[in-house]
Design a protein around this ligand. Structure first.
Ligand SMILES: Cc1ncc(C[n+]2csc(CCOP(=O)(O)OP(=O)(O)O)c2C)c(N)n1
Ligand SMILES: [Mg+2]
Length: 885
């Protein structure tokens, strides 16, 4: 073995000055390497470099590979494939897209200055989108279920502009960009539709597939979608081979933790069905992404380090000649000294400035610029604006095997906006163009518009029989038709009878168990169902054992794309940790962001893949709506179908865990999501009815709702579900007479007690205590405050609209038989029960008890006493409300 270099010489090496102490020797080594590469090819050259690296490590010389490469294209000119299209035609089409997108925003703002909209982002992304549309993004057809494409949100006008040329949207639709409420389709039920600001499937359900408006959520979601496609393939549910996930994201967006958090998962899972295009226009909203550094270099290192295939798409074709003539490497040296803040200034300034300031910094560079006019210098393209280079990068990415690919595409923000915005600090929000700007834009992109058409920002569409239109449509036809397109056709999946999987919960006969235990047992049973079972996707974020789900590891297996390459320590046990390529459980490790992205992928599979799947993501309820609430909101935008199970829920069900674990607010947030049905059942039987209804609504009736159900880990006697209570359970509350309290002889004082989830047992105890004091109490189990409040609001709306018979809110009708004060107690903040206040029977005092404030660690009993939701506190509140004692 080679002896390591002693420490002192090693230091000397590390501290070696940057200048070359022996250029002659260096030249010899260089010549030897070049000769080797020439004679034996790149593979041998790579092998030799690896060998030298091994040697260097053995010698402990402290050498580390530099993960960033020079600021040039990864794909050499001679490795570029021929462009498989009509370049001039595609450039013309891209210019039309640019124009119509710009016109849409300018017009909307001329009419209504407050509407907003963006031009500069799409101006930078247009060529990246267009190359995808013309050559790569495959739509869903009978033979191909389609690629998944995530579009940068602020570039939505460009996607609308294309839909306009493809005949999917009309001029009137474009005129209603960002006017969803005033558009005739909304006001009159027909005619032009309003176009949503950003990609929102909820608002344009036949158009957008993936919401990307909240930065970072698109990126992480795209990774988990790509992984979910592997899962479907490995489990033999749907062959997703040959389909890709494409995502165009912003360079500023890469700063979001969600953007970054699953990069290693994508590499580990070898997701070569995933291609990210990062639109490196070097700017975000306020200014440069890395004014004093280079975002492309930084991202290159990050992605390469995470194991991605990185393709740098830095310079356009007209730089090829400059690089070829630059024999001394002056360009690369100059780039390595230019930070992004300066590069942005170069984008903002004209050719003259660039000649003087960039090319003028060195005689070698100045020589390269000789023979170019200022205008030619001005028009030198960055890689992300050159269709040929973009195509080469996309083709290489699509063909790459074994790793996900990121294309770092260098662009100019506000490309072509000239002095109105290109490279300007303020360009992100620029949406006003005066006449001169519009004429300049027309001229810059050689648009076939008269001065009047230009200055009035008229939309432009070539005649149907024009070469442009024929070309455009032929390209899309070859790729399966228009995109984006959201399809919702899928087969319904039959639901087993509730008795087949949840009889033990519905007729629990007083057996002690927690609702979590009951749920896990139901889930296990559901997975045994021949039809629905395979569609169930259990998802956990390293908490399966916490919820008593370890038995499922062996029963259905944990999904792993490589199976299990080790003998698990517990191999003989019935609970053995079993990983398998056809494993059913998605074990996402400690990443709630990842787990909810997985859930979203499964919950939207009915639409994205035409295959309905039913995910059950079970997690610590505190780490759901609070931690990944925005991802749930984005999922809701996609009309997901699936269950979120907030376990160990409530602020007092989890003794000892304390402030960061105890959830008192998830029901508050869940109630704000229109298509989320949230339930806080107290008993296993209620929970079973709710889950059963959810399966029916989502899988059989194919309704666009999803369910949030909270589960507790407290064991107590589970009563039978009263006969006929099902409908009331689903509507939000039913009279619970299952408590055995002796009713008092005198019933002059009366009180109604409402309780939900973990606190219902305290309510029942309170009712018993009150009875002993001679106060007659009736108990209602509230299964869903938010459903009750929603129903109440519907009635209120009807009344406000002047309907003759608006109907009384369900809760008012439920409580109509009682009298006296109403006391509500929950394990959540008081705002949760407060949400029904307006819908209660008139004239009755309403007091709410809840768990406002920070959690604490102590026993369940101490916590309930502390928050004032224990039986004693409920009794006190009842007495107080009665005004007597
Ligand atoms: C989570 C989130 N935070 C902030 C914003 C507001 N916002 C919208 S676009 C933008 C800048 C985007 O910059 P970049 O990702 O570089 O895209 P570009 O427009 O430059 O292509 C910001 C801050 C947002 N949409 N989402
Ligand atoms: Mg940017």
């Amino acid at each position: 073995m080679n002896a390591p270099i002693p420490f002192d010489p090693l230091r000397a090496l590390i501290d070696m000055p940057l200048h070359d102490p022996d250029p002659v020797e260096t030249a010899e080594w260089r010549a030897a390497f070049v000769a080797l590469a020439d004679a034996h090819g790149p593979e041998r050259a790579r092998w030799m470099l690896d060998e030298l690296a091994r040697l260097a490590r053995a010698q402990r010389i402290g050498w580390e590979p530099d993960l960033s490469t020079p600021y040039v294209n990864s794909i050499a000119v001679d490795a570029q494939p021929a462009f498989p299209g009509d370049l001039a035609m595609e450039e013309r089409l891209a210019s039309l897209m640019r124009w119509n997108a710009l016109a849409m925003v300018v017009r909307a703002n001329q009419a209504y200055g407050e509407l907003g909209g963006h031009i500069a982002s799409y101006a930078s992304a247009a060529d990246l989108f267009e190359t995808g549309f013309n050559h790569f993004f495959h739509a869903r057809t009978d033979a191909h279920r389609g690629d998944l494409v995530f579009f940068q949100p602020h570039s939505a006008p460009g996607v609308y502009a294309r839909a306009f040329l493809e005949g999917r949207l009309g001029e009137e639709d474009l005129r209603h960009y960002r006017q969803e409420l005033t558009a005739p389709a909304f006001t009159e039920g027909q005619g032009a539709r309003g176009l949503s600001s950003y990609p929102h499937p909820y608002l344009m359900p036949d158009f957008w597939q993936f919401p990307t408006g909240s930065m970072g959520i698109g990126p992480i979601s795209s990774i988990y979608h790509a992984r979910f496609m592997r899962y479907l393939t490995h489990r033999n549910l749907l062959d997703c081979e040959g389909r890709k996930v494409w995502g165009v994201f912003g360079d500023g967006e890469m700063d979001e933790p969600e953007s970054m958090s699953a990069l290693t998962l994508a590499a580990r899972e070898r997701l070569d069905n995933l291609v990210w295009v990062v639109n490196c226009n070097l700017q975000r909203l306020d200014g440069p992404v890395r004014g004093n550094g280079r975002i492309i270099d930084e991202l290159e290192k990050l992605f390469a380090g995470a194991g991605w295939n990185v393709i740098k798409l830095v310079w356009g074709s007209d730089w090829d000649g400059l690089f070829a003539r630059d024999l001394t490497g002056a360009l690369v040296r100059a780039f390595s000294n230019t930070v992004d803040g300066q590069m942005q200034t170069f984008a903002a300034k004209d050719g003259r400035y660039n000649r003087d300031t960039f090319f003028g910094q060195d005689p070698e560079l100045a020589r390269l610029a000789e023979g170019m006019t200022d205008e030619q210098i001005d028009h030198l393209k960055r890689g992300g604006h050159d269709l040929v280079k973009i195509h080469a990068a996309y083709a290489a990415a699509a063909a790459h095997r074994g790793r996900p690919t990121v294309i770092l595409a260098h662009t100019k923000k506000g490309y072509g906006m000239g002095s109105a915005g290109q490279g300007k600090m303020t360009t992100h929000s620029q949406k006003k163009f005066d006449d001169t700007d519009l004429i300049a834009f027309r001229d810059r992109f050689k648009l076939p518009l008269t001065d009047e058409q230009a200055t009035t920002a008229a939309f432009y569409k070539p005649a149907d029989d024009s070469a442009e239109m024929r070309y455009l449509l032929a390209k899309r036809a070859a790729l399966g038709g228009s995109m984006p397109r959201r399809v919702t056709d899928c087969d319904t999946v039959a639901k087993p009878d509730i008795g087949a999987y949840a009889q033990f919960a519905v007729a629990a006969a007083g057996k002690e168990m927690s609702t979590t235990m009951a749920f896990v047992r139901m889930l296990g049973n559901l997975m045994k169902d021949k039809v629905l079972g395979p569609r169930v996707v259990p998802i956990v974020a390293d908490e399966a054992r916490t919820f008593g789900m370890a038995n499922l590891f062996k029963q259905v297996g944990i999904y792993s794309s490589v199976g299990q390459r080790y003998a698990p320590e517990d191999i003989g046990s019935v609970l053995s940790y079993r990983e398998a390529t056809d494993g059913q459980i998605l074990e996402e490790g400690i990443s709630e962001a990842g787990a909810i992205a997985s859930w979203t992928a499964a919950a939207t599979s009915y639409s994205v893949h035409g295959l309905a799947m039913l995910p059950f993501y079970i997690y610590y309820s505190m780490f759901g709506f609070q931690r990944v609430g925005d991802q749930i909101w984005a999922a809701a935008d996609q009309r997901p179908r699936g269950f979120l199970l907030g376990a160990t829920s409530g602020r007092t069900t989890l003794g000892g865990e304390g402030l960061q674990h105890q959830d008192g607010s998830s029901h508050l947030i869940a109630a704000t999501i229109p298509n989320c049905k949230a339930y806080d059942p107290a008993f296993a039987g209620e929970m079973a009815v709710i889950v059963d209804a959810g399966i029916r609504e989502m899988m059989v009736e194919q309704k666009d709702v999803f369910y949030y159900v909270t589960l507790m880990n407290e064991n107590y006697a589970q009563p039978d579900l009263p006969a006929g209570a099902e409908a009331d359970v689903l509507r939000g509350c039913y009279r619970f007479d299952g408590w055995k309290g002796a009713q008092p002889a005198s019933t002059e004082a009366k009180v109604t007690l409402l309780g939900s989830g973990a606190i219902l047992t305290e309510v029942v105890k309170a009712a018993q205590m009150l009875a002993e004091e001679g106060i007659a109490a009736e108990v209602f189990s509230v299964t869903s405050w938010s459903e009750l409040a929603r129903d109440g609001r519907v009635c209120e709306q009807r009344a406000l609209a002047g309907e003759a018979e608006p109907g009384a809110p369900f809760i008012a009708r439920q409580l109509a038989g009682g009298s006296g004060p109403i006391i509500a107690a929950t394990d959540y903040v008081r705002s949760v029960p407060e949400s029904v206040r307006a819908f209660l029977p008139q004239g009755r005092r309403f007091l709410t008890l809840g768990t406002d404030g920070f959690g604490r660690s102590d026993t369940r009993a101490a916590l309930r006493q502390f928050f004032g939701v224990d039986a004693q506190s409920i009794v006190r509140a009842a007495r107080h409300a009665l005004g007597s004692r």
